[in-house]
Design a protein around this ligand. Structure first.
Ligand SMILES: Cc1cc2nc3c(=O)[nH]c(=O)nc-3n(C[C@H](O)[C@H](O)[C@H](O)COP(=O)(O)OP(=O)(O)OC[C@H]3O[C@@H](n4cnc5c(N)ncnc54)[C@H](O)[C@@H]3O)c2cc1C
Length: 563
């Protein structure tokens, strides 16, 4: 069999390698228009900080290695300019010589990726000071410019994965960075409340975050925002999203899906059965919603590539769709999310609820034990797990990956509660973050107690609601909600007369464990209007902090306490 592959990176190289593993006799040729195949897109931003010192090391395998180790012909600087499904040929342009030639295929796989968006409506995007980060050539160009021009300030436009990673790595390299984001939060897979923790991290590290701002022009030395604000910038990195590369596909009659990605069936075949497509260029189906969507992530691209190659050789594959698991690092934080977020549930009209907890990521006595902010989203009343988001200094990815696994296997809160996970004080707690959060969720779903979210507290304060702080005096003294009453957990049984039964009472502690116990106790004593503030003081402080710093609104805490 003669297998041709368009695109030589995540999806393309994986199709080629899998095809070779399935059949030693097939001829496998990979066409890549750039000078490199098999490079690590995901590691590109880390060259800016020097975490990856040598940009050449970003290229994982060269054509010579592909040929000698795998008998795969990797042709670089070769752009495929047309596909002829009727003749089963492709037309290729050698970008070094200008020569154009045709190649015949039995099976063809497209993995041409996606292109960085660069709106023409923004003046100056074609300037020498404007960059994207998509491949090794791009990162060398950006880094070269930074060094040559002694760049001190950079505007990064777009607060998605690439923008945030570029921002962090430039800041680690000592640059002043302005991160410009069009809506009110960075990292759209997270809900607004969780994103506040990231905004705090950026703010505390000196990033100039411009939310709800769009750029209108890029000039020498500055960018102009639609609000009229001028931001100093010696260089600009555009990271406002990607659009699937579908030109070749469209021109040869390959169908495009409703989201603009290449339409494929569950075997990654296009409407031409001998032409497959995988990776950032295709449209995928969301496992939880059955919606068509797009997902520019390396893991799915590799899985799709393997499945496509398998199908070429008659092997079947169980395509379960995507759930959108992802993680990112930001200074001292690890951040991960999977499945649906609250915004998705609202948009789709799903009956959902959340459990928000901040347990320790390991036993508190151990070195480097830290709180882990964890949000679990589930369907009501089935308890089906829909999504999770985690932020913390420790092993966030492992917790969110556990939830991703549960979602993939249609798990419920009951399953999660019973999940037996490994434990040693080095790595977690006997009741792991995910087990703990499932218990909280089950309690809420079964109306064992009532809760309010951290994003509801400001309104409660403004309404002068009855809020009790049950932490001990030394904790209260370091900062508390402005109009809260202090009745420590160790005293509340003696001070019940101070707690009203005829109006709602909202209770918080540091991270909701003590307040939950007080809520349960009061309930058994006949209080039926008591609410636990999910996330408690730690959650309130992290949620409120960033907007308190950058707006002139009134604080609802006397002082913050993040420990
Ligand atoms: C900076 C950055 C960081 C990232 N970080 C992460 C991460 O941490 N985690 C994660 O899961 N994902 C990450 N991604 C996304 C991930 O890299 C992509 O989802 C993945 O590479 C997609 O694989 P692909 O094969 O579809 O496209 P690509 O890997 O982009 O490969 C497409 C290739 O096709 C070539 N091509 C296009 N058209 C033609 C043509 N006509 N002829 C010949 N060649 C052609 C292109 O030159 C390109 O090299 C990151 C991406 C970037 C850019």
């Amino acid at each position: 069999m003669r297998i041709l592959v368009i695109g030589g990176v995540a999806g393309g190289a994986s199709v080629a390698a899998r095809a070779r593993r399935l059949d030693e006799k097939s001829e496998v040729i990979m066409f890549e228009k750039g000078p490199n195949v098999s490079f690590s897109n995901c590691c590109l931003p880390f060259h800016l900080s020097g975490i990856i010192e040598d940009s050449d090391s970003l290229v994982l395998m060269d054509p010579h290695e592909f040929a000698t180790k795998y008998n795969i012909e990797a042709r670089v600087n070769q752009e495929v300019i047309a596909i002829h499904p009727d003749k089963k040929t492709i037309k290729v342009k050698n970008l070094e010589t200008g020569e154009v030639y045709e190649e015949k295929y039995d099976k063809l796989a497209l993995s041409p990726g996606a292109n960085a968006l660069m709106p023409e409506s923004i003046e100056g995007t074609n300037g020498d000071n404007v960059f994207i980060v998509k491949n090794v050539v791009d990162i060398k160009k950006l880094q070269g410019y930074i060094v040559e021009k002694d760049v001190k300030e950079v505007a990064v436009v777009g607060g998605g994965f690439i923008g945030v990673e570029v921002c962090e790595n430039l800041m680690k390299a000592g640059k002043k960075v302005h991160l410009i984001q069009s809506n009110n939060q960075i990292m759209s897979p997270l809900d607004f409340d969780m994103a506040q923790i990231l905004h705090k991290e950026l703010y505390d590290h000196g990033c100039d975050l411009h939310l709800e701002e769009r750029i209108s022009a890029i000039k020498t030395g500055q960018v102009i925002l639609e609000s009229g604000k001028q931001v100093k910038a010696d260089a600009v990195v555009m990271a406002i999203g990607v659009t699937p590369e579908t030109k070749l596909a469209k021109e040869c009659g390959i169908e495009i899906g409703e989201t603009g990605g290449i339409l494929v069936n569950h075997n990654y075949q296009t409407n031409y059965p001998d032409i497959y497509a995988v990776g950032d260029a295709i449209e995928v189906t969301h496992k939880l919603t059955n919606e068509k969507t797009r997902l520019a992530m390396a893991g799915p691209a590799q899985r799709q590539a393997r499945a496509a190659a398998d199908h070429m050789f008659g092997r079947l594959h169980n395509n379960k769709g995507i759930i959108g698991s992802c993680c990112i690092h930001l200074f001292d934080l690890n951040i991960a999310s999977t499945g649906l977020n609250v915004k998705d549930c609202e948009r789709l009209g799903i009956n959902y609820d959340i459990a928000y907890t901040i347990p320790g990521d390991k036993v508190g006595l151990m070195p480097k034990a830290n709180p882990l902010f964890f949000k679990l989203i589930y369907e009501v009343p089935t308890g089906k797990i829909l999504g999770a988001q985690g932020v913390g200094k420790g092993a966030v990815d492992k917790r969110v990956d556990t939830i991703a696994t549960m979602i993939s296997m249609n798990g419920t809160l009951e399953d999660l509660k019973e999940l037996e996970l490994c434990y040693s004080p080095y790595y977690g707690t006997a009741k792991d973050v995910v087990n703990h959060t499932a218990l909280v969720a089950l309690n809420v779903m079964h109306n064992e107690f009532k809760q309010v979210r951290v994003d509801e507290v400001r309104e409660l304060v403004q309404k002068d609601a009855f809020i009790i702080d049950v932490r001990e005096k030394h904790e209260w003294d370091k900062g508390h909600v402005v109009n809260a009453k202090h009745i420590a957990m160790s005293e509340f049984r003696q001070r019940l007369s101070e707690i009203p039964k005829d109006r709602p009472v909202y209770i918080y502690c540091r991270s909701s464990q003590r307040s939950y116990n007080v809520v349960r106790a009061l309930q058994t004593l006949g209080y039926d209007k008591v609410y636990n503030i999910a996330g408690s003081f730690l959650g309130i402080c992290t949620y409120e902090y960033y907007l308190d710093q950058v707006t002139d609104r009134k604080k609802i805490v006397t002082d913050y306490n993040f420990s």
